[in-house]
Design a protein around this ligand. Structure first.
Ligand code: HEC
Length: 447
């Protein structure tokens, strides 16, 4: 397909509004305006001629576009055929309009055809909209917006899939693969399989594990829509913010093909997970130096089911999750104490924490993020929050933490976010925080 045809085809989205506008106008003219305002019937005839002409032009441009722009045949077919039917009916309308003046019998056919024509217009428009914006774009239900959330709910029920298979690949399939696959390898890049994706395109690797900022894949998504290099190209179904956040997060975490959804999604929705992980993603260079952790303790904890990953590959900082641990024992706390200086992020959500957990808290002066969602916290844990000197993020959703427990948090210099939905924390804290520490976002979920 030549460049020129390619370029001409891009006028389809502009031109298609002509027949829509013209026929809608004619329809209103015919059926809604009182007889006495309508005047010359010749005016309607003019509209039909103009409308059917622009319908054919639009269809021709649409055909060019479908040849050049990486739409798959199945996607386009329905839209193409309804457009053909619509164009044919619009010509028939011109003919019937001429005939009805001479043959009163034709009046009925004229009206029937008018309604058919408008129906075909609606159907064509619907499938065209679906092509550019994705299924459900025009429906009222919020299911379209919440796509991601629902998928993730289903995923956690099924048999332990990887993040790539369950979350990354479906987004690529829906939004990128049309142009990046065996039949159409735009930019030399295929995305219809993990290995293809990692192989990269014309300009080399597009995914640099652990380095989202320098991964072409992510960079392209983040470019302004107007930029020629923006992906997916303007006019195609775009990624939602959550999808971009998911991709960014996945690449930043190492673009791993096997890490399981279960390891990263606690009992909260993926949406919350993404918001949280994305905004706090540390950059390798910005991390302070730290010794490597005690490998024996790490192995023992892993054997107990703890998810332990380096925050950034090669650094000693650890991201520890007890999501898959059955019961958090006091022996685990002792082992966690051995690697306390390296704990960057700790997730013990949903656990009943043993008494000695408070002693661990004493040692977590370097920890940036604590997730205590739905955990049962002994007194000795709750009254030591002030020891978490480097804390940036704390989640106490669903715990019995009170306003009093939060007072020491006012002294934590780095703290930015506290999530306390469904906890015993009340409006009083919100007021104290907004007065004394307006830089901390205390979120009680609209309470
Ligand atoms: C309508 C077709 C189309 C869709 C859909 C599309 N791309 Fe592209 N993509 C292209 C074309 C054409 C090029 C080559 C021109 C260029 O580099 O901008 C390209 C190039 C790229 C490149 C550069 C490859 C290299 O090595 O030079 C990346 C990365 C990319 N696309 C990512 C994506 C992502 C991610 C998506 C989905 C979110 C996507 N594309 C969807 C058409 C498309």
């Amino acid at each position: 397909m030549s460049e020129v045809a390619d370029w001409i085809g891009r006028f389809h989205p502009l031109v298609l509004h002509l027949p829509i506008g013209v026929f809608c106008f004619a329809f209103v003219w015919q059926y809604l305006l009182p007889q006495k305002w309508r005047g010359e019937d010749g005016f309607l005839g003019g509209l039909f001629v103009f409308g059917s002409g622009s319908a054919v032009l639009s269809a021709a441009l649409g055909w060019l576009l479908s040849q050049s722009d990486g739409y798959t045949a199945e996607e386009v077919d329905v839209h193409k055929w309804t457009a053909v039917v619509f164009s044919a009916l619009s010509f028939l309308q011109v003919y019937l309009w001429k005939q009805k003046a001479r043959h009163p019998r034709m009046r009925q056919a004229y009206h029937v055809n008018f309604w058919l024509l408008m129906t075909a217009l609606g159907v064509t428009g619907h499938f065209g909209g679906t092509l550019t914006h994705g299924a459900g774009y025009l429906s009222f239900s919020s299911a379209y917006q919440n796509n991601i959330q629902e998928d993730s709910a289903n995923i956690s029920d099924s048999t332990d899939p990887s993040v790539y298979v369950a979350m990354v690949s479906p987004v690529l399939k829906q939004k990128c693969v049309a142009c990046h696959q065996a039949k159409k390898i735009k930019g030399g890049l295929r995305m219809d399989g993990f290995n293809w994706l990692m192989k990269g395109g014309k300009s080399g690797l597009v995914v640099k594990p652990g380095d989202a900022a320098n991964s072409e894949l992510i960079r392209r998504m983040l470019l302004p829509l107007e930029d020629d290099k923006h992906m997916p190209p303007k006019g195609r179904m775009q990624l939602s913010e959550e999808e971009i956040a998911l991709m960014h997060w996945w690449v930043a975490k190492g673009a791993d093909a096997v890490v399981k959804v279960k390891e990263v999604v606690a009992n909260d929705t993926i949406r919350a997970l993404l918001k949280v992980s994305d905004e706090q993603e540390p950059e390798a260079a910005s991390l302070p130096a730290v010794n490597l952790p005690d490998s024996v303790a790490v192995q023992q904890l892993k054997a107990r089911g703890y998810g332990i990953r380096p925050v950034v590959l090669g650094s000693g900082w650890l991201d520890i999750s007890a999501v898959n641990v059955e019961r958090l024992e006091s022996g685990d706390v002792k082992r966690l104490q051995l690697i306390a200086p390296q704990i960057w992020q700790l997730n013990v959500s949903g656990h009943r924490l043993p008494e000695n957990f408070g002693e661990l808290i004493e040692m977590l002066s370097q920890t940036r993020r604590m997730d205590l969602r739905e955990a049962e916290l002994p007194e000795g844990v709750r009254n030591r929050f002030g020891k978490l000197l480097a804390l940036e993020y704390l989640n106490i959703t669903g715990t019995d933490c009170t306003d009093a427990d939060l007072i020491p948090l006012l002294e934590l210099k780095q703290l930015k976010h506290v999530y306390g939905w469904k906890s015993a924390v009340g409006e009083a804290s919100v007021q104290v925080f907004s007065r004394k520490r307006p830089d901390i976002k205390l979120d009680l979920g609209g309470k």
